[in-house]
Design a protein around this ligand. Structure first.
Ligand SMILES: [Zn+2]
Length: 171
């Protein structure tokens, strides 16, 4: 069945796969490991506000459901001076994952990147933190929690299966 819906789904799946392969299983914004479902392809410049950039490859990123939620990035405008059809001439309100280097804009007090060092961040970095509300208690807890998950380094499903099989077949 080649309905528009089926084609759209296939293209979306293909883009998701490519974005994941390129950037790893991490949110392009908060850089935390993507856990669970609800991760989504995000249009950096929102398609409802800037539909001309909907299919621009450098406008597409994979993000976690927290950063992309309506309470944080949602449909908010990310461009100061939208230049019709010229993405390269747009000035962005927040750190752009492709054009900016977050490491020089957003600085942390700790090596685990849980607590921000606001006075040392650039203006763009501070605007980005405020835009996503990354310094609220929920996102701070989320950063600390996902850090723990990254460190736990769990068994792969295959290792886990083999282990369980060896235990239940023990005589
Ligand atoms: Zn995120």
């Amino acid at each position: 069945m080649n309905s528009w819906k089926a084609i759209k789904k296939r293209v979306k799946n293909e883009i998701s796969k490519k974005l994941l392969a390129k950037n790893g299983p991490y949110c392009v914004y908060c850089e935390r490991v993507l856990i669970g479902t609800g991760n989504q392809i995000d249009h950096f410049a929102h398609k409802a506000l800037h539909s001309q950039f909907t299919f621009n490859p450098v406008n597409l990123f994979y993000s976690c459901s927290f950063c992309n939620s309506s309470a944080r990035k949602g449909q908010k405008n990310t461009i100061n001076n939208p230049v019709q059809f010229r993405y390269d001439l747009c000035q962005f309100k927040i750190v752009h994952p492709y054009f900016d280097n977050p490491d020089t804009e957003i600085l942390y007090q700790d090596a685990d990147k849980v607590f921000f060092d606001l006075p040392s961040c650039s203006n763009l970095g501070r605007d980005t933190i405020a835009f996503f509300k990354w310094d609220d208690i929920h996102m701070t807890m989320f950063r600390a929690r996902t850090l723990k998950i990254e460190r736990l380094n769990p068994l792969s499903p295959i290792e886990e299966q083999q282990l369980i099989l060896s235990i239940i077949s023990y005589k």
